[in-house]
Ligand binder design. Sequence first.
Ligand SMILES: Cc1ncc(COP(=O)(O)O)c(C=O)c1O
Length: 399
Amino acid sequence: MELSKKVQSMQNSPIRRFNVYSLEAEKNGKKVYHFNIGQPDIKTPPEFMEAVKGFNKDVLAYAESGGSVDLQKAICNYFSKFGMSIEPKNVMITNGGSEALSMVFTSILNEGDEVLIAEPFYTNYHTFITAAGGKIVPITTKAEEGYKYAVKEKILPLIGPKTKAISIVNPGNPTGYILSREEMKVLVDIAKEKNLWLIADEVYREFAYDGREMTSFGQFEEVADRVVIIDSVSKRFSACGARIGCIVTKNEDLCGAVMKIAQGRLCCPTLDMIGAAAMYGVDPSYFDAVKKEYENRRNVTYDELMKIPGVVCQKPGGAFYIMAKLPVESTEDFLVWLLTKYDNNGETVMFAPAAGFYATPGLGKDELRIAYCLKAEDMKRGAELLKLGLEEYKKQGNK
Ligand SMILES: Cc1ncc(COP(=O)(O)O)c(C=O)c1O
């Protein structure tokens, strides 16, 4: 039996596809520091569990396809704190930011349509865009150039008749790059001039460090008809397993299109929406504490990485990822070696090899992505294992 060309051209996620090796290592008694996945160890606000425990209906019924009104209202209230006036009809609740992205790309792309996105990018965009029949056109960025991409001269030559959207992750995963307001305006102007959608994935909105301002593309009223915000409770509230995200847009045609897909998949989980609505009511001090914690984890991770001879990396301004170039030919080979052949006092470390975070073939082979969402002492030890492992890898004659 034949599989579709679409699915054949997809990749397995470099964040998860090496789990077979880590599971085997763990089965054999090794401790593995999981720097590969953005799964924070920060406690989920207790408001989530309390709200779920308070559910007292006799039937766990389907919910509305667009999401529960309570959750939509809680999200509108959250956005009002950023000076954005959003109504429940502008908010479509989804099964995580992942489903939000799939639904949006399915709604706006025809076969062969192109989406501009700065590479390296969150690897699963490959899957979402390919499944929707689209093609990624990368705006290539480099650590050495500070991952800057919102530059007219860099972007305009990439736009052609098939370009439908500019997709932005801000703060960035995997680079941690944060756009300044001026850079956001450059993208807004291009979208307006070239009649493009602006897909703004802002799931890391709160995680902006060193006094950087938190902002949103939803604040640019002049492009309200073309901005689509992707959001999620996964990282904001350390609630990845809740699988609750949303699409926020004032474009009514897109709301209508997404609703068709939403009705086809019926609804999001009723209990998770109840818990998520309660989390949006947490005291704002929750975010201050979490942000401070991540900022410290970033500092520790960056300082440790800089102790590795030959490493190239930029200190990220936000989110909780760091990209680094290592003096090896293939970070994928190095990772498999770390998981299958190496340990230091029974411990090893896992990261995501970065080639899958690029669309340009050949780029990223000597790079890795680290998620610094484990506690600082774990980040320090894991980064030390990376350094010790690399020394041993080289000593054994590997390139
Ligand atoms: C940039 C970005 N967008 C979207 C997602 C999807 O997250 P979720 O489906 O858990 O909301 C992630 C998850 O890591 C992400 O990093």
